[in-house]
Design a protein around this ligand. Structure first.
Ligand code: PMP
Length: 304
């Protein structure tokens, strides 16, 4: 359990950070959030927040879509986050959860004319899926939310019912994760992570117009794959059956990090083991996030 939260403009003990059952966001899912990781670097005895700026920029964009007025700039949010981690004396890998939401207590579905609130907490965090080196996944029977109904580009709390439905179906059916198709029957992403496949040695990922969350890990991988390994990513729609014939496939996201997919709908991906490109990108990613790659140190914000 965390000790503190940032709530109603100040740091408070976590047990004081409580929201009413009448809160608008609790009733209607009218909030948005971020998920940021901080990585502990043992040699330097330092905690690094990974791409915090980009997370808070996306947070601001989500708020804009939801008519939420955030009283803090990207820089101020970064300062509050580092301060919270120092108060927690966090010296381990940590997950940070900022939330912006409609706090008004009362009935009536809308986005305008409501009180906005911001809250933040952080918890120690390891793996998100158990089998990071070989997940067995299925194509979900649930479709991804679509931009003109519930925009996937905003990280909206209520929208995560879509992720939860597909995740639970996958787990109850004996899989580790789900891949979700959009209303055009194209691949969008995993239940809470973006997806890449490899075909003929090339990285392919759905474009931002396929009802994906515009993932920061996705952008990270596209950049360092190009700069470090000369691997370009093709952003184009992906058909369901391309999943079955791909040489490699992997999920990526703040939570899942980089996780190899080794079977899809009971068909082995490639050799059925983590592929060479996935392995290389995965290893490099773990070095980057701990601040071990000089060229990408600018993505890592020290807490201490
Ligand atoms: N898609 C969804 C639906 C997610 O919830 C997440 C996790 N935030 C991602 C993709 C990955 O995004 P990011 O790399 O920015 O964490």
């Amino acid at each position: 359990m965390p000790e503190y939260a940032f709530f109603k403009g100040e740091f408070v003990p976590i047990e004081k950070a409580k929201v009413s059952i009448m809160a608008h966001a609790f009733n209607y899912g009218t909030g948005c959030f971020e998920g940021i990781r901080a990585y502990w670097n043992e040699e330097e005895e330092q905690l690094f927040l990974f791409r915090m700026r980009e997370h808070y920029e996306r947070f601001h964009r989500s708020c804009r879509i939801l008519h939420i007025e955030l009283p803090y700039s990207v820089e101020q949010l970064g300062e509050i986050t580092a301060e919270l981690l120092r108060k927690e004396e966090a010296r381990t890998d940590t997950y940070i959860r900022p939330l912006a939401y409609k706090a008004t207590e009362g009935i009536g579905v809308r986005l305008h004319d409501l009180e906005d609130a911001f809250a933040l907490f952080a918890v120690p965090f390891g793996k998100y899926i158990e089998k990071e080196e070989g997940a067995r996944v299925c194509v979900s029977s649930w479709h991804r939310i679509s931009d003109n109904a519930v925009p996937a580009r905003a990280k909206i709390t209520g929208a995560y019912i879509n992720s939860a439905l597909s995740k639970t179906e996958a787990i109850l059916n004996g899989f580790d994760e789900a891949i979700v198709l959009n209303e055009n029957s194209h691949v969008s992403e995993g239940s809470a992570e973006n997806l890449f496949i490899v075909r003929e040695g090339k990285l392919i990922t759905p474009p931002v117009t396929e009802n994906i969350l515009e993932g920061i890990t996705r952008a990270t991988i596209m950049q360092f794959a190009r700069e470090q390994f000369g691997l370009e990513t093709v952003e184009r729609p992906i058909d369901r059956t391309e999943l079955y014939v791909a040489e490699e496939a992997f999920f990526c996201g703040t939570g899942v990090q980089v996780a190899a997919i080794t079977s899809i709908d009971h068909r082995p991906v490639g050799t059925g083991k983590i592929g060479p490109i996935t392995k290389r990108l995965r290893d490099f990613y773990f070095d980057i996030v701990r601040g071990k790659v000089e060229a990408y140190r600018y993505w890592c914000t020290p807490v201490y």
